[in-house]
Design a protein around this ligand. Structure first.
Ligand code: C2E
Ligand code: CA
Ligand code: CA
Length: 551
């Protein structure tokens, strides 16, 4: 305890003793002034005795009881007026009563205090893990800050806790959190706290370098699986370090700052995130954007643009890709890379996907009525495929008879297959069975081998735009040739995206790519311009390819 608190406490103790003794003496004087012990006033002395028990437990009760017994004892007359003194038995009996009631009272108070302490202790413990909880952490951080020393918070969040719970049950999930927390205690020697169930924190009274080393040691330990019951569990954690007083001088903000830093760790990052003020700003910005995104659909702030795809054999426009745009009322256009990622994080992606499907269906109907028959590719998120309702919605709207008429294809990025290949390929099978055409987008960015793709129900492979600048160089050309051969052998079509120059376009055509998409053929266009583009293409169809590509 800090010195300042200790000396305040000592002063308070003296002050209480002084008041109790003074009160006892005054009440004894009152007994005398009111004519002696014959009146009921000796009972008033129970007040300082009980207060003595309250402040100093048994010692206080006994000392004040004996003092009271003596003060209203042998020298206190029964009647001051007549000078009649008390019998020894009378004042002794009174003293025994004072001592007995004072002691009983102090024992009762002690029990109440113990019960209260146990209650407080349990309210500072996490219900599931038994580790000190967030309230305890907040208090301890306040005290540490009052000591005026530097310290670090090491935060960890178990990323795969939902999977562990789902596949092994909640009791194993909780046991794995406990085990991870106890390993943290072992690895760092710091005090460990539970925070919101799957987060836990160690407080180390060190600088950031030592904290970083301790964190890396712990992460190293976690590479070995945990043995819980009959399970061998691998746990994956996000980690962050917050340093007091450099990251925030306000101890009440430390937990919030740690959570912000924990929330910032990217999927691929290995080491801990070190907090810096920029993170807090990002977090606030993201929060505001998130609130705005919730309203974006109902406020008609989203719209679709369409980028034409060209068939290299016929030179015709065969389809378009629908790309979502968000015009924020004050910030202007927000890039899809930002809001789609945010929508995936907050679970709004399914609403966006539904909106895209419905908008594309309406648009297609309109175009068909105008005599324009093209496919529309829509981008879906891997999260859509793990959501039963969205999957059902996609099957109902894009599969079967309805889908046949609409000819809407889905594009799913190759990266989606990295983590959830099994679940995703099962969902893709379902979609395929209902008649939906599936394109594997951004191919080449997810490091899937071609052999992995043989069993996937894919109709078309979309070569990522990163390969385009390298066209004409030996390695890129060899990869594209291999992809073309693979696709044509396995009855898949192949499309190249991000085609920006005439040279790329010609090279791809010569290699045998089926379709192209990119700024060279057309940028994404608003729906009203697509029909004009389509008509112009058809008029040019008889013209030489050079001219056609330049339209
Ligand atoms: P993507 O599916 O790979 O879409 C193609 C992106 O490349 C688009 O960016 C397009 O404008 C851009 N692009 C087209 N031609 C060229 C070119 O010749 N050169 C270059 N450098 N870029 C070209 P955009 O519209 O910014 O979309 C970015 C990503 O956002 C899309 O990548 C897609 O993954 C995602 N996205 C867009 N709309 C949706 C949506 O409704 N749902 C989902 N889940 N994702 C979407
Ligand atoms: Ca796409
Ligand atoms: Ca793409």
């Amino acid at each position: 305890m800090p010195k300042i608190f200790q000396s305040r406490r000592i002063n308070q103790t003296y002050w209480h003793w002084f008041l109790l003794i003074a009160m006892t003496a005054l009440l004894a004087k009152l007994v005398y002034l009111t004519g002696g012990t014959a009146r009921a006033f000796p009972h008033l002395l129970y007040i300082p005795i009980f207060l003595g028990a309250y402040y100093f437990r048994l010692t206080g009760a006994l000392m004040i009881a004996v003092l009271s017994g003596i003060l209203v004892g042998p020298w206190m007359p029964v009647s001051v007026a007549t000078g009649e003194m008390q019998a020894t038995f009378t004042w002794l009996w009174r003293m025994v009563m004072y001592v007995t009631l004072g002691s009983v009272n102090s024992v009762l108070l002690l029990n109440v205090q113990r019960m209260r302490a146990a209650e407080i202790k349990s309210s500072y413990r996490d219900m599931f893990t038994g580790y000190p909880n967030q309230d305890r952490l907040a208090q301890d951080l306040k005290h540490l800050a009052q000591e005026g020393r530097e310290f670090c918070l090491l935060g960890f969040r178990i990323k795969n806790i939902h999977e562990i719970n789902r596949y092994t049950g909640y009791d194993i999930g909780i046991a794995s959190i406990k085990e991870a927390a106890s390993l943290l205690e072992e690895a760092t020697g710091g005090t460990v706290y539970s925070l919101f169930l799957n987060d836990f924190v160690a407080v180390l009274k060190t600088g950031p370098e030592e904290a970083y080393a301790a964190c890396m040691k712990y992460l190293e330990r976690l590479k070995a699986p945990l043995l819980i019951d009959r399970y061998k569990l691998e746990i994956f954690v996000q980690s962050a370090i917050v340093h007091y007083p450099y990251d925030t001088k306000d101890p009440s903000q430390l937990i919030k700052v740690l959570c912000i830093a924990l929330g910032q760790q990217s999927e691929t990052r290995q080491g801990p995130v070190l907090f810096h003020a920029e993170l807090e700003r990002n977090d606030r910005d993201n929060y505001e954007l998130m609130v705005a995104l919730y309203n974006a659909i109902s406020s008609n702030e989203l719209f679709l643009v369409y980028q034409p795809k060209q068939d290299l054999r016929t030179g015709q426009m065969v389809g378009v890709e629908a790309l979502t745009r968000w015009r924020h009322p004050t910030r202007g256009m927000i890039a899809p890379d930002i809001f789609i990622k945010l929508a995936e994080e907050i679970g709004l992606i399914h609403d966006i996907t539904r909106w895209v499907v419905q908008t594309a269906l309406k648009q297609n109907k309109l175009w068909q009525e105008q005599g324009m028959h093209v496919t529309i590719g829509i981008n879906i998120s891997y999260k859509d495929l793990s959501d039963k309702e969205t999957l059902q919605f996609l099957k109902e709207n894009l599969g079967g008879k309805k889908g046949e008429e609409a000819r809407i294809e889905i594009e799913l990025t190759e990266r989606s297959l990295i983590d959830n290949a099994f679940e995703i390929s099962a969902a893709l099978d379902e979609l395929k069975r209902s008649g939906v055409s599936i394109h594997l987008d951004d191919f080449g960015t997810g490091y899937n081998s071609l052999s992995n793709l043989v069993n996937l129900p894919i109709d078309c492979l979309k070569i990522d735009k990163m390969f385009m600048p390298g066209i004409g160089e030996h390695v890129s050309d060899a990869i594209i040739h291999a992809l073309i051969r693979f696709c044509h052998k396995t009855q898949k079509r192949i499309i190249a995206e991000g085609v920006e120059t005439k040279e790329q376009w010609e090279a791809l055509k010569a290699m045998g790519v089926d379709y192209v998409q990119g700024y060279y053929y057309s940028k994404p266009l608003p729906p009203c311009d697509i029909k004009a583009f389509y008509d112009a293409q058809r008029l040019c169809i008889e013209k030489p390819e050079d001219e056609l590509a330049l339209v």
